[in-house]
Design a protein around this ligand. Sequence first.
Ligand code: FUB
Length: 318
Amino acid sequence: MKKYGLMLLLFFSISMQLLAQNPIITNIYTADPTARVYNGKLYIYPSHDVPWNPEWEKLGAVKEGHGHVMTDYHAFSTTDLVNYTDHGVIVAQKDVPWGSKVGYGMWAPCITEKEGKYYYYFPNTPADKSGFRQIGLATATQPEGPFTIEPNYIEGLKGIDPNPFIDDDGQAYMYWGGGKGNSLKVVKLTADMKAIEGETMAIENLPQEYKEGPFVFKRNGLYYLTFPHNKDTKNSTEEIGYAIGKHPLGPFEFKGTIMDRFEDCWTNHHSIVEYKKQWYMFYHHNDISKVGNLRSVAVDSLFFEADGSIRKVIPTLR
Ligand code: FUB
């Protein structure tokens, strides 16, 4: 009986992989996917790449060199990793009380759930020009919203790529940071998830150059810190590596590469999640647009070895 159960599980996971077609979201350009499981569904919270609109320059927006233009966020959900529902815009730049209203604002977001409430952290260009990006919060009682945006950004979280992580004891942490001179940092969050608490620490001892997009998860008592790094500045994407620690604040020991660099998209940004007893890695590539700032979210299965190490994920591209 047990044998048939295992065979069925194997058959199910192979069929899912055969049916799934990358990129998985094709109605809009999406990048930087955070995948989470809520109420039996798998939700994806990506950023939303759009082309630059020259009309914004008349309103005072300044075109930035990197070209990552984002003005709102959508949420998606699925139960089979084949069919995805677009829940529409959940947070828009024009509605952020503390943000600039036009331009490049909203880069990689991330979400977490605590006691039935959903906490959606997102970077945006601050209207007060206090930094390249500040990180704000929107909350909801359902994973697809409606979300209410907090009036101010969170003091002490200047930067990009927020990744909240809640440990089994209920303590929440925020990892964030990326880009030149803006390294990986971690700090505790207050119980209401709306402010930082205690000292901010830099995570500096990773042997390969950290770039951006941290994502932390816990498995079998170990904390996996995964991150894009080791970028070849010429023509390829960032590589995704990982380190393991025994505490959310580290120290973390670098363990290797989860996904190699591949062709010409400049960035990669990922999340890792277990759904229906299979682990998955969500990431992005430019295989529809062929340009680095109009990206599309993809997914592949991820496997652990018996010793807890991660087997390399080979991206299945279009
Ligand atoms: O999507 C804009 C930026 O590119 C993100 O914040 C980075 O992680 C990189 O993917």
